[in-house]
Ligand binder design. Structure first.
Ligand code: PEP
Ligand code: CO
Length: 467
């Protein structure tokens, strides 16, 4: 039976401890979070089409991102990794894509200014369409249906037809990823990210922001330095005319990832060409599980979430399994403890990895350990439970991550943030002091709450002082 056919959390009957890797070897390992497709013929047809379609990214880009992670792990650059918790197919619009690039560009400008380091920008985009769920089914008024697992698995409406996993959505997800990437590449090639023209990245509401003046000062100061350098160099510094964006998504649906995993001419090994940086989430990071087995055989850098349940010895096994040659830039550990737990939880993991001599890039995800539920007392959402995060907790977790790494003599290589370039009210706090009562005003996320444009920029300003 294929893993996609097995109910979640059911172990495979025999688990080879070591053995030859193949694109399908994960199927003999326990897999969780895989949708149950009732129509296996339709699934096979969708996967066969996916396997023959062109890749979304190239092995060259993947290797270059790995090199950048190696540099970041030595403190030579900083990784800015951010985007929506989940993308929706309906967000594949020119405005939504451009605003994601704009906020990442603005944050990276602030970070360059403050840290004097090169910045690598990675979006949670062009493929972030599948979500892990804490329960396989959802019950409403006594009716039990499969949980909504993201736009490339099923549909959110609470009907049997909508919630039944549909393999055609895998193709629609691949296409949306390609459309998103096509637009990003065209914008970058057309000079959208040119440091000579940061006005291209202005978001309409920036001018009214309490942070506008600080931001403008940084833009002006970078512009002046650039003009000074170009006067000395006697011409335009062309490297400043473009910056690259890399893509990432949670590597969740193994059938989909396997269909886009290929060999390429003149390079050894297998590359997952669905994204530059796949990551393994908290719910699928079992060291003997199918997700780690799949990832051990691909050459991409691999993100792994670590948190309160991560045991140091198991983490060492995970890193050694993924990177038997201890390759710099290959393993990216994203810690997500929450502001109240990081001080206790992170140091033992950092020490274990450091003392074992394992090369990893440590990144802080200050979002996923800080989710809480509040009940507003006024407004449209009075009396309802709403998922939110406090800006103060997000900031406190990043600051503690810097402090832990400083004390342990290791390096914080980057930050992983759920954010949007839009003016939403999903997280509270920040310069504008959003409260629980503001949440109902513009809460758009179907999943986790994101920092809005201002909160994201403010976080970048505060990180810039520490990194
Ligand atoms: C996520 O990054 O959206 C996510 C689900 O994170 P985690 O696996 O850390 O809970
Ligand atoms: Co999330």
């Amino acid at each position: 039976m294929s893993a996609s056919n097995r109910p979640s959390n059911t172990p495979a009957s025999s688990i080879p401890s070591t053995g030859a890797w193949s694109v399908q070897s994960w199927k003999s390992f326990p897999s969780v979070q895989q949708p149950l497709y009732p129509d296996q013929t339709a699934l096979a047809q969708a996967l066969s089409q996916l396997s023959s379609l062109p890749p979304l990214v190239t092995s060259y880009e993947i290797e270059s991102l790995k090199t950048q992670f190696a540099e970041a792990s030595r403190g030579e650059r900083f990784i800015l990794w951010g985007g929506d918790c989940a993308e929706n197919f309906s967000d594949c619009t020119s405005a939504a894509i451009a605003s994601k690039l704009k906020i990442l560009l603005q944050m990276s400008l602030v970070l360059v200014h403050g840290t004097r380091k090169r910045i690598t920008r990675i979006g949670r985009f062009a493929g972030q369409y599948a979500k892990p769920r804490s329960t396989a089914t959802e019950v409403r008024d006594g009716v039990e249906l499969p949980s909504f697992r993201g736009d490339n698995v099923n549909r959110p409406e609470f009907t049997l037809a909508a919630r039944t996993p549909d393999p055609l959505l895998l193709l629609r997800g691949y296409e949306r990823s390609a459309l998103t990437l096509n637009f990003i590449r065209a914008l970058v090639d057309g000079g959208f990210a040119d440091l000579h023209h940061p006005e291209n990245w202005d978001l309409s509401f920036v001018a009214h922001s309490p942070l506008a003046a600080d931001y403008q000062r940084m833009v002006d100061s970078i512009g002046e330095s650039l003009r000074f350098m170009e006067t000395l160099a006697g011409g335009t510094i062309t490297q400043m005319q473009r910056v690259d964006f890399y893509t990432s998504h949670e590597l969740l649906l193994l059938d989909y990832e396997a269909a886009l995993t290929r060999q390429v001419p003149r390079r050894e090994g297998w590359f997952n060409l669905s994204t530059h940086l796949p990551w393994i989430g908290m719910r699928t990071n079992a060291v003997d599980g199918a997700h780690i087995e799949f990832c051990r055989g691909i050459r991409n850098p691999i993100g792994v979430k670590v948190g309160p349940d991560t045991v140091p010895e198991v983490l060492l096994r995970t890193v050694r399994t993924l990177s038997p040659d201890n390759e710099p830039g290959r393993v990216v550990l994203a810690s997500r403890f929450g502001a109240h737990a990081i001080g206790r939880g992170l140091p033992p993991l950092v020490r274990a990895v450091r003392d074992a001599g394992l090369r990893v890039a440590w990144v802080c995800d200050p979002m996923h350990g800080n989710t809480e539920t509040v009940v507003p007392t006024t407004g449209a959402w009075a009396g309802k439970s709403v998922k939110t995060r406090k800006f103060g907790h997000v900031l406190a977790e990043v600051e503690q991550a810097f402090e832990v790494h400083r004390q342990e003599g290791t390096i914080l290589a980057g930050a992983h943030i759920e954010l949007t370039g839009e003016d939403v009210t999903e997280c509270t706090g920040g310069a504008r002091g959003l409260t629980d009562e503001d949440l109902s005003r513009s809460y758009r996320s179907q999943v986790d709450p994101r920092l809005n444009y201002e909160q994201a920029l403010e976080l970048a300003m505060l990180i810039a002082r520490r990194a």
